[in-house]
Design a binder for this molecule. Structure first.
Ligand SMILES: [Zn+2]
Length: 254
C-alpha cells in the first residue's frame, strides 16, 4: 500500500468563497500519496485554479508545476487588489492591458453592460461549456461565469467566478476585479453583437431613421458587424445613466 502523507493548506481572502463554510479561514489537512501536482489538492479542497494568483509552500513561492511533498505547508492567495509588486513566480501570463472577455450563458445582462462601457465581451445564450472553453483558449479571453464548475477545466487560464447576482452590481465587481475603471470607453461597441461602432454622418443613415429620430438627433454611429444604428439619446445613453457613479473619477487611494 502506498504511504499516506499529509500537508497543510490555508486559503486566503476571497478564495474562501469556494470552501464549505466550516472550512473557511481554517488550516486544512490534506491527505495524499505520491507527489500530486499542487493544482490538484487546491481544486479538490475547493478553489478553481484560475482564481489562484499566488502559492507559497514552506515560505517559498511556487508555480503550478510544483509537486506536493509530505508535511508541506501551503498558503494559497487570490488576485491582489494592489498589483504594485511583481511576483517572482507567476502562475500564468499577465492579463493584457486591454482584456477581452467571454461571458457564460447566465450573464447576458452583464455582457450588455460591459459592451456599453466599451469592453470586448463575447456572449451567446446558447453557449455550451465546450464553446466557452474553446473560445477562451483560442482567443485568449477571460472567462466570466456564475457557474464555478467551468473554472475547474484545466485549459482555462484566466477566469473569474462572478459573485454578485444582480447585473448592476456585477459590473462594478468586474471593473474592480480587473482594474478597468481607467479603460471605460462608452459608445464604442454594439450592445447586440459586440461589434465596433463607427461614426457615420446623418446623411448616410437617414433612410433608416424613424421620423422623430431624424428630427431630433444629429450624431450617429453604426455597428461595423450588424449595421445597427445608435444615436445619442438612444436606449444606450439611458442605460449609461445607470452607471453615472461608475464613470465618475474614482478618488485616489492615497
Ligand atoms: Zn452589432
Amino acid at each position: 500500500m502506498k504511504k499516506e502523507h499529509i500537508a497543510e493548506f490555508r486559503f486566503y481572502g476571497e478564495l474562501n468563497d469556494f470552501l464549505p463554510l466550516r472550512q473557511r479561514q481554517q488550516t486544512l489537512i490534506y491527505r495524499f500519496s505520491g507527489h500530486p501536482g499542487i493544482k490538484d489538492p487546491i481544486e479538490v479542497l475547493g478553489a478553481p485554479h484560475p482564481e489562484v494568483e499566488m502559492i507559497v509552500v514552506n515560505g517559498q513561492l511556487v508555480g503550478f508545476d510544483y509537486q506536493l511533498q509530505a508535511n508541506d505547508r501551503v498558503a494559497v492567495y487570490p488576485a491582489f487588489k494592489n498589483r504594485d509588486f511583481a511576483l517572482l513566480v507567476k502562475l500564468r501570463e499577465n492579463i493584457s492591458p486591454n482584456p477581452r472577455f467571454i461571458l457564460d450563458v447566465n450573464l447576458g445582462k452583464l455582457a450588455k453592460f460591459m459592451r456599453l462601457l466599451g469592453f470586448d465581451s463575447l456572449y451567446r445564450n446558447d453557449y455550451r461549456d465546450k464553446d466557452v472553453i474553446n473560445i477562451a483558449v483560442n482567443e485568449q479571453r477571460i472567462v466570466l461565469t456564475r457557474d464555478r464548475r467551468l473554472l475547474y477545466f484545466k485549459n482555462i487560464n484566466h477566469g473569474y467566478w462572478v459573485r454578485e447576482v444582480k447585473a448592476e452590481n456585477q459590473i462594478d465587481e468586474i471593473l474592480g476585479r480587473f482594474d478597468l475603471y481607467g479603460s471605460i470607453h462608452p459608445f464604442t461597441r454594439c450592445l447586440a453583437c459586440n461589434g465596433i461602432l463607427e461614426s457615420v454622418t446623418k446623411e448616410e443613415v437617414l433612410y433608416r431613421l424613424e421620423p422623430k429620430t431624424r428630427l431630433y438627433y444629429e450624431i450617429f454611429s453604426r455597428c461595423i458587424e450588424c449595421q445597427r444604428i445608435y444615436w445619442r439619446g438612444s436606449h444606450m445613453e439611458n442605460m449609461l445613466q445607470r452607471f453615472a457613479n461608475l464613470l465618475a473619477p474614482k478618488a485616489s487611494a492615497c
